[in-house]
Design a binder for this molecule. Structure first.
Ligand code: G6P
Length: 611
């Protein structure tokens, strides 16, 4: 979702800012723009669509400009268009903004009444005109920024510059992420440290309620009341160069193929290279939690992360005998959940930035809850607000449709469960040893699941023209059915619903006819017989069933038109990790046949930083 990159210093910056925006491209966007401080005026280039369209406009910007800022926009208020793309610029002032100004309509009405002319349909443009109006009162950029901040409501981060005070940026943060990269006679800022790492490893992560004045030689941090603050600098580790497709047609496929390595790395992290039968509590993060006082758990997350969380409930209630509820982060804090210091929050998030999940964490913190996060991106906002974090060993995930991060999240939740249950005295050393040996088999089994790619492609040829689909599963496979449906709809744009197999007869069975493919998860687990009965019910109504189950399962094959073959493991919690692989490959193969933009599907963002 919206990305920000800015620079002031000694280097020519237009191309550098563009390259920074490229690093943020994976977040999802629909238009982009850059403003630089030219010799006599602010110069702007904007475009709609992919960033290479903006590259073609860079010639409009002075090649010698040494101050500027850029933005990738994911439309909230106003369609993707050049007029609505940021930066917004007026009479020598310019702003870029992430988030939503919730009271923008009231602000806009008062500005319109005073004769302001708006050039866009965005909420963001009100910030620009308010700044311009306030500056006119005493010609102080600093005072104008401080007067505008209390007028704004919502979650936002914005950066502002003006030709009136060349070389000075103001950054304001309230909820949406902003990080400063510190240099020598130069400074940088961005919505994501990833854009800054090619230039510096020294970062200042802004907290909510902070405003910063930045020049090439100065970083002055204050709170919204004007009190000077000491900036906390962090040195980030260097990152390898940007992820490449390495010969794969899409990042999504590459990331599917990386899953065995992700599992191996995680197991090595928690069991050690020798594979000892003891879990490293500190790698899991359990040792940093107030274990003795935890009486219940709430898991929160969005999208795929939420669906991984639904498996966490099954794992934790079964193995660690603790009450668990799972909430969509966007609903959690609006339903008055019962929270206290004995309630552990588990925040599931690949990016560590999803605003709804971050807001849930802040809400639960206020109620005194300890926070544990399972996250892929070090130094991101949610781990920074957590008592403990279990970092996935997934490496950067670029494809918007999450694959390896889902598998990592499920595995991490299972490992957390084992550690928690063991510490509680519910999982014996012998049981831990048994579970470890199941886990050690996973990477090779996931490899076998991936080897089915070409046969799944053949099956996809028979279904890629469908307009609707239904995914069903029971127990752990119910979460996998929902995840399979989410994958398919995200990247193929086929309407897909995931349902508990037992719920079929309470509504969705009305959809069954010969046109709608029904993808039925039937691994050989404790729900197997009941699942076959559900498939019979569908078949009796003329439905076309694609089973997901054992390669040699003759009973399943006899009932289904096609079977997406999947390796089986006797441990049904871990079966969930195996069963999702054919569904990832099925969604991918269908999307390839439909010719969609698989890594950046329409309307979606990888990192959703608005509520
Ligand atoms: C977006 C992405 C999904 C992701 C969800 C949660 O909707 O498109 O793929 O599952 O956000 O993201 P998070 O980074 O918090 O896991």
């Amino acid at each position: 979702m919206c990305g920000i990159m800015g620079y002031v210093g000694k280097q020519s910056c237009a191309k550098m800012i563009y390259d920074g925006l490229k690093k943020l491209e994976y977040r999802g966007y629909d238009s982009a723009g850059i403003v630089v401080l030219g010799d006599t005026k602010l110069e702007v280039a904007k475009s709609v669509g992919k960033l290479f369209n903006l590259e073609a406009e860079l010639g409009q910007l002075s090649p010698t400009a040494k101050m500027g800022m850029g933005h990738t926009r994911w439309a909230t208020h106003g369609a993707p268009s050049v007029a609505n793309a940021h930066p917004h610029t007026y009479d020598g002032f310019s702003i870029i903004h992430n988030g939503i100004i919730e009271n923008y309509q009231a602000l806009k009405i008062s500005l319109l009444e005073a004769g302001t002319v708006f050039a866009s349909e965005t909420d963001s443009e009100v910030i620009l005109h308010l700044l311009h109006r306030e500056y006119a009162k005493d010609r102080s950029f600093d005072k104008a920024v401080s007067r505008v901040i209390p007028m704004l409501e919502g979650a936002f981060a914005f950066a502002a510059m003006t030709i009136e005070e060349p070389g000075v940026f103001y950054l304001v943060k309230n909820s949406s992420p902003l990080v400063i990269g510190c240099g020598v006679h130069e400074n940088f800022f961005a919505s994501d440290a990833l854009a800054l790492l090619p230039h510096t490893q020294e970062m200042i992560f802004l907290e909510d309620g902070q405003v910063v004045k930045i020049t090439a030689d100065e970083i002055e941090l204050r709170d919204f009341s004007g009190k000077l603050l000491q900036a906390q600098r962090k040195i980030l580790p260097k990152v390898d160069s940007a992820p490449e497709k390495n010969g794969f047609r899409h990042f999504m496929l590459k990331e599917i193929y990386e899953q065995p390595a992700v599992i191996r790395a995680t197991l090595e992290k928690v069991f050690g290279a020798s594979g000892a039968a003891s879990l490293d509590e500190s790698a899991i993060g359990l040792s940093a939690l107030p274990f003795d006082t935890i009486k219940r758990i709430h898991i929160v997350g969005c999208g795929t992360a939420y669906l991984a969380g639904t498996l966490g409930r099954y794992f934790l209630e079964k193995w660690a005998q603790i009450p668990v509820s799972v909430d969509l982060a966007s609903e959690f804090r609006y339903r008055s959940p019962y929270l206290d210091a004995g309630t552990l929050i588990i925040a599931m998030t690949q990016s560590g930035e999803t605003l709804d999940t971050l807001a849930s964490v802040k809400f639960a913190k206020q109620a005194g809850c300890p926070i544990y996060s399972i996250c892929n991106v070090p130094f991101s906002a949610i781990p920074r607000g957590s008592e403990a974090t279990f970092y996935m060993n997934a490496g950067p995930e670029v494809g918007v449709a999450s694959t390896k991060a889902f598998v990592a999240m499920v595995l991490d939740l299972f490992l957390f469960t084992l550690a928690f249950g063991h510490k509680k005295g519910l999982i014996s050393q012998a049981e831990l040893e048994k579970q470890r040996s199941y886990l050690q088999r996973l990477p090779a089994l996931v490899e076998q699941a991936i080897e089915q790619q070409s046969s799944i492609e053949q099956i996809a040829l028979r279904y890629f023209e469908a307009t609707n689909s239904l995914f069903i599963g029971r127990g752990n496979s119910c979460s996998i059915a929902l995840e399979g449906a989410l994958k398919l709809k995200e990247i193929s744009y086929i309407h897909a619903e995931g349902y508990a197999g037992g719920e079929l007869k309470h509504g969705p069975i009305a959809l069954v006819d010969e046109h709608i493919p029904i993808i039925a998860l039937a691994p050989k687990d404790s729900h197997y017989e009941k699942m076959l009965s559900n498939i019979e019910e569908v078949k009796a109504r003329g439905g076309r069933v694609i089973g997901v189950g054992g390669k040699d399962d003759k009973r399943l094959a006899a009932l289904c038109q096609d079977v997406l073959a999947c390796p089986q493991i006797e441990q049904e919690d871990l079966q969930a990790i195996l069963s999702v692989i054919p569904l990832q490959l099925f969604a991918y193969s269908i999307a390839v046949l439909r010719g969609t933009d698989i890594d950046q599907p329409r309307n979606l963002a990888k990192s959703v930083t608005v509520e």
